[in-house]
Design a protein around this ligand. Structure first.
Ligand SMILES: [Fe+2]
Length: 270
C-alpha cells in the first residue's frame, strides 16, 4: 500500500506491506521540490512506479541505512536520481548483503531485503531548485542517522529519531543517550514542523521536542535511582513503563520497553 497526503509543498507517501487486508508496520517517505527523503521498503516496490507517476524525483537522501528507508533507491536511481546519505551509511547502502543477512524474521517479512544501490556521502547542505536543506548528524536510532532542516520554511525531517513525545520502546541496537544528545543538538535550531518517518507530522514542533527530551530525562533519572536501589532492568521496566506490549512479541524482543531501560542504564551494572 502506498497513499499520498500533501502538507503544503511537502508530499508524504505512507508505505506498508498489505497482508490479508491489513497493512503491516507502515512508514513514511517525503517528497519536496524534486527531493525524495528516503525511498521506502522493497516490499512495496511493485507499487512505486504508479504512486510516483508524474512526480519528478531528482535526488534521494536516505536519513539512515535501515531496510525500510532504502528499499526503492535502485528504482529511482535507474531513472537517473543520485542517492546520498551520511558517510557511515554509504558502505551499508552500497553493499547491504553483510547486514541484511542478519535481519530478523519480522524485518524480512514486513520490509523485505533491499537491493544494493549506489550512494554518495552527503555534504553539509542538500539543495533542490527552490530549497536548501541543512544536513544535521543525529545519531542514536542508528550511528549514521541524519536530519534535514529547511530553515526558511521551518521544516525538519527527522527520519526515525523523533516518533513522538513519550516513546517507551527502543530497538535493541539503539542508544538512547545518543538520541537525547541529538535532540539537544536539534534544539539549537529553529523549526516549526517535524515530518517523521512514522507518518506523523507535528506542529508546535520545537516545544514537542523539548517535551520529549524532558520526559526521557525524567525517566532516566528514575531508572538510575531504582538501579542504585538494586532493582534489575526488568523490574525497573515493570515499575516505570509496565508490561511489554504486542510490538515486543511481534519483534521477538527487538523493539521493547526493556531495551529502553537497558539503554538508559548502559553505563551502569544492572
Ligand atoms: Fe530506522
Amino acid at each position: 500500500m502506498i497513499t499520498r497526503s500533501d502538507y503544503g509543498e511537502v508530499s508524504q507517501f505512507i508505505m506498508g506491506k498489505e497482508v490479508n487486508g491489513k497493512v503491516l508496520y507502515s512508514m513514511a517517505v517525503y517528497w519536496v521540490d524534486g527531493l525524495l527523503i528516503d525511498s521506502g521498503p522493497y516490499s512495496v516496490a511493485g507499487e512505486v512506479a504508479k504512486a510516483f507517476q508524474g512526480i519528478p524525483v531528482e535526488k534521494i537522501v536516505n536519513t539512515h541505512h535501515h531496510e525500510d528507508h532504502i528499499g526503492n533507491n535502485r528504482f529511482f536511481q535507474e531513472k537517473g536520481a543520485p542517492v546520498f546519505a551520511h558517510e557511515l551509511a554509504v558502505p551499508l547502502i552500497n553493499h547491504p548483503s553483510p547486514w541484511v543477512s542478519r535481519l530478523r524474521d519480522y524485518q524480512k517479512l514486513v520490509w523485505e531485503i533491499p537491493p544494493a544501490s549506489i550512494c554518495s556521502p552527503l555534504g553539509d547542505w542538500v539543495e533542490s531548485s527552490r530549497y536548501r536543506f541543512r544536513v544535521i548528524h543525529t545519531p542514536g536510532h542508528s550511528p549514521d542517522h541524519i536530519s534535514l532542516l529547511e530553515e526558511s520554511s521551518g521544516w525538519l525531517f527527522t527520519g526515525d529519531l523523533f516518533l513522538g513525545e513519550q516513546v517507551k520502546i527502543l530497538r535493541s541496537d539503539e542508544d538512547v543517550h545518543l538520541s537525547m544528545a541529538s535532540l539537544n543538538k536539534l534544539l539549537d535550531y529553529d523549526f516549526d514542523t517535524i515530518f517523521c518517518c512514522s507518518g506523523r507530522v507535528f506542529d508546535n514542533a520545537k516545544q514537542r521536542m523539548r517535551d520529549k527530551l524532558d520526559w526521557w530525562k525524567e525517566l532516566y533519572q528514575q531508572a538510575a535511582g531504582l538501579a542504585e536501589m538494586g532493582y534489575d532492568a526488568a523490574a525497573i521496566r515493570d515499575k516505570l513503563l509496565g508490561e511489554e506490549n504486542i510490538i515486543a512479541q511481534i519483534t521477538a524482543g527487538d523493539i521493547s520497553r526493556l531495551n529502553l531501560i537497558k539503554s538508559f542504564l548502559h553505563y551502569q551494572q544492572v
